[in-house]
Ligand binder design. Structure first.
Ligand code: VTB
Length: 321
């Protein structure tokens, strides 16, 4: 993969974030999602790559664009798998909440797990705790391992988890272990990535969320030297059959190398609304400001990019220069 692709991909998530930020707090999540998807799709085709969407907005018959199997890019350049979540946190934007992202990940062709659209149980940590966690171990063991790895007391460990009824038992176990919790309404990609950044105050992510989001988060953590483990959670016979057809064993723990193979991958995320790590898009009349995290696994380079975009020169909020 060309290293210059990283900066090209920043343009993609910036465009999606700016377009969807216009819908912040308007209570219209589908409009926010459509705006992000359209902007992302438009900019992708200016990028010199031969991309194929492996994680996207759905199957061809259910999504007009960024559907699984869709080809992206100019048709020249590296052959890559593309995983997109144009708006990770549609409800967040609709409500004007925290941590909505426009996010994508790419890897050499064939290297991203083509995760089916179902739940995945996840556990994610930053670099200090790599190799110390086990998704099959009791919650308290994982909390103890993280406390030890980060040289702090278990009372000082902060776990983050989606605020869902299905997580009541995990939440109880975290509390009984004495650790603290940051409940999130949506956006477990941000939750997972945040574990690798000290300033977010989050040490470990537990709980189930979307499997596609799990693969995207795994790419981010690969770039950061962190770790995510996942287990697919089919909810019915049809989903179980889908796993079988894809050759995926539901009892298997999906480790980093199962989620994203090879030594190279790129992750880019632009804040749509404010979060612990990224500021959201600021619309300031004649210009918009954006805040993006872009990283490459091979080099381990992590960049925060602040963008200032002229809305007069780009009235469609689509960056194509
Ligand atoms: C999580 C969360 C996402 O889906 O993956 C969640 O990170 C899982 O679905 O932002 P439930 O809402 O059913 O728990 C999202 O909320 C949307 O993709």
């Amino acid at each position: 993969m060309e290293r210059s692709l990283s900066m090209e991909l920043v343009r993609v998530t910036e465009a999606a974030a700016i377009a969807s930020s216009k819908w912040m707090g308007r209570g219209l999540k589908n409009e926010a999602d459509d705006a992000a998807t359209t902007a992302m799709r438009t900019v992708f085709d200016t990028i010199p790559m031969q991309g194929v969407v492996v994680i996207g907005e759905g199957e061809m018959d259910e999504a007009p664009m960024l559907y699984i199997g869709e080809e992206l890019g100019t048709g020249h350049g590296p052959a890559v798998d593309v995983a997109v979540d144009p708006l990770e946190g549609t409800n967040i934007v609709a409500a004007g909440g925290w941590n909505a992202l426009a996010v994508l990940a790419i890897a050499d062709r064939g290297n991203l797990l083509n995760a089916p659209d179902m739940y995945m149980e996840k556990i994610a940590v930053g670099p200090e705790s790599v190799g110390k966690i086990d998704i099959n171990a009791p919650i308290i063991d994982n909390l103890r391992a993280v406390a030890k790895a980060k040289n702090k007391d278990i009372e000082d460990v902060v776990a983050t988890i989606l605020d869902r009824e299905r997580h009541q038992d995990i939440i109880r176990q975290i509390r009984e272990a004495g650790a603290r919790i940051k409940l999130i309404n949506d956006g477990d990609v941000a939750g997972a990535i945040n574990t690798a950044f000290d300033k977010t105050g989050v040490d470990i992510l537990f709980g189930s969320g979307g499997a596609p989001e799990g693969v995207i988060a795994a790419v981010g953590l690969k770039c950061l030297g962190g770790e995510l483990q996942g287990k697919l959670l089919p909810q019915n016979d049809e989903e179980a059959q889908r796993c079988k057809d894809m050759g995926l064993d539901v009892n298997q723990v999906l480790m980093m190398d199962d989620l994203v193979k090879g030594d190279d991958a790129i992750f880019a995320a632009t804040g749509v609304t404010d979060g612990e790590l990224l500021r959201g898009v600021q619309l300031k009349g004649s210009f918009a400001e954006s805040h993006t995290l872009v990283m490459r696994a091979k080099s381990g380079t992590v960049r925060f990019v602040e963008g200032r975009h002229s809305l007069k020169k780009k009235p469609n909020l689509v960056m194509n220069d």
